[in-house]
Design a protein around this ligand. Structure first.
Ligand code: NAD
Length: 255
């Protein structure tokens, strides 16, 4: 089936100033989407916009705290006005506030739930009408292998498991409108987030990577482009019969 919105295809990627989100934004632009590069700080999004524009694509930088309802409403309205109605949403914005349960503050719990769960809910709710209106849409949520349980990450693991239930429910509710919803659960991907993890554990990033890679069947760490490629597949026209799935992208099997 042809995408009825082709020609004005707009994708919205949250947390896109760096890491996985930046790679996703650049990949979707290369795939032909006009891309809203969304993050907390608009200036931080500009380099990604420049990369897209240099490659001949179209993108804008938008500042938005995904956990802030009013900011999400205003940000999505700006995307609609400047790029067109978003029919692709990638909920990628994320934070970690790791600690063992007995040391985890209520604030650290709420912050992680706010960005991952409330944020994905607010952004998806604000955009779904544009998809159902045209009878086509793609939603991709970033889960994690941590959803299977992860020491020091009670908040993050719960949020990432929650996103899997959220994704499956979106697939059920929105399927009849031509909208698919899928989740990607990355393993170890080399970004500032995993660099922060190394720091917290009191080791160099190289040491952490060497340790982690020992347990990865493909014998390397993941890079943001590994996830961008997977997003590109879920968003593609041919993936219209793939919905409600959680794909572990971790260099080996996970369950
Ligand atoms: P990162 O820390 O490099 O980038 C995350 C981005 O999200 C940052 O630019 C940050 O400013 C933005 N962000 C944070 N809070 C926000 C908010 N409230 N509103 C808007 N933007 C916000 O992280 P990353 O490694 O690129 O991770 C991207 C996603 O992939 C996250 O959801 C993360 O949980 C998930 N993930 C990462 C890994 C990994 O190994 N790196 C593994 C599994 C899942």
């Amino acid at each position: 089936m042809t995408d009825p919105t082709s020609g004005t295809r707009t994708a919205l990627v949250t947390g896109a100033a760096r890491g996985i989100g930046a790679a996703v934004a650049e990949r979707l632009a290369a795939d032909g989407f006009a891309v809203a590069v969304i993050d907390l700080d608009e200036a931080a999004c500009k380099p990604v916009v420049e990369v897209v524009e240099k490659a001949g694509g179209r993108a804008i930088a938008v500042s938005m705290d995904v956990a802030d309802e009013a900011a999400v409403k205003a940000g999505v309205e700006r995307v609609v006005a400047e790029l067109g109605p978003p029919t692709v949403v990638v909920n990628n914005a994320g934070v970690i506030r790791d600690n063992l349960l007995f040391k985890m503050s209520t604030q650290d719990w709420d912050t992680v739930m706010g960005v991952h769960l409330r944020g994905s809910f607010l952004v998806t709710r604000a955009c779904q009408g544009y998809m159902t209106q045209v009878g086509w849409g793609r939603i991709v949520n970033l889960s994690s292998t941590s959803a299977l349980g992860s020491r020091g990450q009670a908040n993050y693991a719960a949020a990432k498991a929650g996103l899997q239930g959220f994704t499956k429910t979106l697939a059920i509710e929105l399927g009849k409108f031509g909208v698919t919803a899928n989740a990607i659960a990355p393993g170890f991907i080399e970004t500032e987030m995993t660099m922060a993890t190394a720091q917290r554990m009191g080791m160099s990033f190289e040491t952490l990577r060497a340790q982690v890679v020992q347990e990865i069947p493909v014998a390397r760490g993941g890079v943001p482009e590994d996830i961008a490629h997977t997003v590109s597949f879920f968003v593609s026209e041919g993936a219209g019969y793939v919905s409600g799935q959680v794909l572990y992208v971790a260099g080996g099997p996970k369950d």
